[in-house]
Write a protein that binds this ligand. Structure first.
Ligand SMILES: [Ca+2]
Ligand SMILES: [Ca+2]
Length: 170
């Protein structure tokens, strides 16, 4: 269970919104980041467009989450569900996008092409010709992948390597 009591919201968009607790570790990660395999994850409850979300993640020496496996995907859903009031099921940005070449989906930070995918049937749909960013979206009782207009504002998840020390930002 992730406790968000350590999270302090104080800034306008794209400025520091979360304080990492320097005295509290979750494994190798600064609280309230959560460790999974070799990464730390921070679920940010602040609605931002895709690029602004990326900028917030950079403040933690991190990047918008990149999903390489079913296990990681399942972990992220549990991360969302553990801190979300039942029934709200918000959309959540990841680092997936095809903004540079339509239909060619890659992860923003690494540039790696999608291998594992978990698209909801009918997606990516590129609706209105302008859905170039990938979000986790709650469809029919489960989170699946959906492409969405990058300017849409949603919560998001940052990832960083657990071997790095993100320190305290502010
Ligand atoms: Ca697209
Ligand atoms: Ca779509």
């Amino acid at each position: 269970m992730v406790e968000l009591t350590d999270v302090v919201f104080f800034g306008p968009r794209t400025t520091s919104t979360v304080l990492l607790n320097p005295n509290s570790l979750n494994g190798s990660c600064r609280s309230p980041m959560v460790e999974f395999q070799a990464s730390c994850y921070l679920y940010v409850h602040q609605s931002e467009d895709f690029v602004s979300a990326m900028e917030v993640c950079r403040e933690f020496d991190g990047y918008l989450v990149e999903i390489q496996s079913s296990a990681e995907d399942t972990f992220l859903v549990s991360l969302i569900n553990n801190v979300t009031a039942p029934g709200s099921n918000p959309d959540v940005w990841t680092g997936g996008n095809d903004m540079f070449s339509e239909g060619h989906w890659t992860w923003l930070n690494s540039g790696i092409k999608f291998t594992y995918t978990n698209w909801y049937p009918g997606n990516p749909s590129n609706s209105w010709g302008q859905e170039n960013c990938m979000q986790l979206h709650f469809f029919g009782g489960v989170y699946k992948w959906n492409d969405r207009d990058c300017l849409h504002k949603t919560y998001f998840i940052c990832e960083s390597e657990s071997s790095t020390d993100p320190g305290v930002i502010g």
